[in-house]
Unconditional design. Structure first.
Length: 113
């Protein structure tokens, strides 16, 4: 029963977090950023967010630094948008899965020619 709640909350947090990320004015947070995965702990105290950028790993790392500095503001905005008793601490991690999948897609296209 609790698994459904965690799943719903993580999807809601992913949606709201992407909306808040678009509103941030930090110059380090730019380009095509996406939330690859969001892991929410069972007691709702910690949330690990995997961020990936289309431009590569360096852009993702730079965006993660910007998101870490704005984590207090992001946490406040998410708690205001989603009614939860306890708002989780956000931990941002850079991920290169979008870049990796683009390289694989390019390799498959080259093989098909």
């Amino acid at each position: 029963m609790a698994g459904y709640r965690i799943g719903r909350l993580s999807e809601d947090m992913k949606r709201e977090l992407s909306a808040v990320m678009r509103e941030l004015k930090d110059p380090r947070i730019h380009g095509m950023l996406s939330i690859v995965k969001l892991e929410l702990s069972n007691d709702l105290s910690h949330c690990k967010v995997y961020i990936s950028a289309m431009e590569g790993m360096e852009t993702a790392k730079e965006a993660v630094e910007g998101l870490k500095s704005a984590s207090g503001f992001i946490k406040k905005e998410i708690c205001a948008r989603i009614k939860m008793r306890r708002c989780p601490d956000l931990h941002f991690v850079a991920d290169d899965s979008i870049e990796h999948s683009a390289q694989l897609s390019k390799m498959i296209d080259e093989l098909n020619r």
